[in-house]
Design a protein around this ligand. Structure first.
Ligand code: PBG
Length: 326
């Protein structure tokens, strides 16, 4: 039926009706808040390029987690900035490593907060690459060893989920194997399955002090031009035992999120990364956009594309908006 019988605006005239026919509804249950834990005491360094985000020492991260939980957001993703770095990132595997300490402290005070531990070496290596360097590049198979150790150590500290973000081949399989050997068969793996070599990580690298000291990450992270390759990456991670697959970044890759969701029907996470967050904040600070409105539009678009889980620095702010609208 065409115009004048069909009028698309008929369902738009009334606010109640518009709500009834809304296809995509955000919920606090969708969100994960990333947090940065740094060695030391009483540290609360604002990350200049990411307003409202801080490098927090353990006791302050616990306080921040209380705020996160009170907002209704029930999951955090932890990154660590250690006091000392080394060649291969082994500092990340220590029993009293910075994230391990944070996990134990958070679990003591807010036992129902779900803690996802990012697994990668770039914050822990002196050169800032995601693994062990051999002949000027990251050696895949040597790096698998440190990633598996780091994962087991984080699980021992009480992490609820392990999220490898390094993009080494075969890491999901070895992490699953080592978790299982250590009786952590109930701990899921959320793999950063399609992670692109992206300029949008700039602010994060300031936050996590993890910028590579030479070269770039193009030999392990994906080429932004490719989407068939993302499908192959996701397929392999699922075959290796990934429980949730992630696409990262989110906004320039909504087509990839959509493809991954429609082709695999698996739980899909999307990482609304630091640069995406900072652009909204910077434009809003200049009054060029309505920051709150754009934040909600961005998050809705990620969910509409097919993401079940949205990892976002907007999590708490967006939760407060959703609570207000209730
Ligand atoms: C570590 C890691 C990165 C991000 C998450 N885990 C940075 C990178 O690969 O350089 C980026 C997150 C963000 O930009 O918000 N491998």
């Amino acid at each position: 039926m065409n115009f004048p019988v069909t009028r698309m605006r008929r369902l738009r005239y009334n606010g109640v009706l518009r709500q009834m026919v809304t296809e995509t509804k955000l919920s606090v249950d969708d969100f994960v808040m990333p947090l940065f834990v740094i060695a030391g005491t009483n540290v609360r360094n604002e990350i200049k390029s990411m307003p409202g985000n801080y490098q927090l020492s353990v006791e302050n991260v616990v306080e921040e987690c209380k705020k996160v939980y009170a907002s209704g957001v029930k999951a955090v993703l932890l990154f660590g900035i250690p006091a000392q770095k080394d060649e291969d990132g082994t500092v990340a595997c220590q029993h009293d490593g910075i994230v391990q300490q944070a996990i134990r402290a958070i679990k003591k005070e807010i036992k129902d907060l779900y803690i996802i531990a990012d697994v990668c070496n770039c914050e822990y290596t002196v050169h800032g690459h995601c693994g062990t360097i051999v002949d000027g590049d990251v050696d895949n198979d040597l790096t698998l060893v440190t990633l598996a150790k780091q994962s087991v150590s984080l699980a021992e500290a009480g992490a609820d989920m392990i999220a490898p973000s390094d993009m080494m081949d075969g890491r999901v399989a070895i992490i699953r194997e080592q978790l299982d050997l250590n009786h952590f068969e109930k701990i899921p793996i959320m793999s950063y399955a399609a992670k692109y070599a992206s300029g949008f990580y700039g602010p994060f690298r300031e936050a996590a002090e993890s910028a590579p000291k030479f070269g770039n990450r193009a030999t392990y992270q994906m080429n932004p031009a490719n989407s068939d390759e993302a499908i192959r990456e996701v397929e392999l991670d699922i075959a290796e035992g990934a429980d949730i697959v992630m696409v990262k970044p989110a906004l320039s890759y909504l087509d990839v999120i959509y493809r991954v969701k429609t082709e695999f029907r698996m739980p899909v996470a999307a990482y609304n990364v630091s640069g995406e967050f900072s652009m909204v904040k910077a434009a809003a600070a200049n009054d060029w956009i309505d920051g709150e409105r754009v934040m909600m539009e961005v998050l809705t678009s990620i969910k509409r594309a097919g993401a079940d889980i949205i990892i976002t620095y907007h999590a708490v702010e967006a939760a407060l908006v959703l609570n207000r609208l209730k």
